[in-house]
Design a binder for this molecule. Sequence first.
Ligand code: NDP
Length: 337
Amino acid sequence: MFSRSVKAASQRLTQINRHIQTRSMSYQGTTFTLNTGAKIPGIGFGTWQDKEAQEDAVYEAIKAGYRHIDTARVYGTEPGVAAGVKKAGVPREDLFIVTKLWNNAHHPDDVEKQLDASLKDLNTDYVDLYLMHWPSAFARSDELFPKDGDKTKTGDTDYVDTWHAMEKLQQKGKAKAIGVSNFSKSELERLISKANIKPAAHQMEMHPYLVQKSFADFHKQNDIHITHYSPFGNQNAIYSSGQDIGKLIDDPVLVEVGKKYGKNGAQVALAWGLAKGHTVIPKSKTPSRIKANLEGDFKLDAEDVTKIDGVDKKLRFNDPSGSFGWNFYSDLEGKTS
Ligand code: NDP
């Protein structure tokens, strides 16, 4: 009896603490609901690149208030994410952790093994969302990039077969939800027509220079949640296309809109994604930017969303078709090669 009332009091205290925290936050704490019924935080934390910096970055992010972390087998940042999470000391159930199946493990017999390796590195027994990173298979290999001479050796596993293996992982509870990344419309339509479990989410390049309205509408009609990767577009140092047009976050329209709210261009790019009902996953290893990006979680007026839609350049920064041996995004905007 006594222990039950202590437990109830402690739960109430946790609720009050969360309430106080939310009220004093300089961001909204936006969440969306996946087709599984689970909530996904609107702003997540990207961890691609700067592998050595990720333990501290993830710790800073969680301390600042992020509760959604995005990683992938191929980034090599799963151990850094685990270390940052541990240091931050937030309960696992308060976090939304996403990782991705890499192209070397598309064969149905390899899928669970690779998720198990990710779970081990992430020091958890489930992920909230498991994504197929690309529709394209590489040859089965322990190497992330199996080689055929100086080219990547491709495989012949159909992504539909890979998907069926991922469905089993959701049924087993190792992945609370499953989804895809970098699919074209026709690839996604084909997957939906063959799937037993519809993808919960699609992670793709999307930002004010690559708006893709009709593709976004297609996802809404199919109840598939969109996550914007590279929400700042050409900020990423390894992207070469479009560097000459200047940085997206310095775009005059974004900067001008930001003045109305006391926000910068980066924060406006994030708020624009949230206004569409999409999740955004900015990456930064810089503590001040980590905090500032979370404050991109604010409400833009509809007229400003429309203004930002107008800066669209149909400009895609990430298209590895040449090196992965697969013609990506064939029916999408921003396809140049
Ligand atoms: P982003 O658009 O998030 O840009 C990251 C770059 O912007 C970094 O160089 C960072 O610098 C800089 N930056 C961050 N915040 C600010 C700011 N407020 N002002 C100025 N500069 C800033 O690019 P990413 O490509 O990293 O995308 C985000 C995440 O999306 C990835 O980390 C990854 O998790 C995911 N992703 C998924 C892909 C997929 O195929 N599914 C592909 C690409 C990304 P610094 O770190 O030095 O602060």
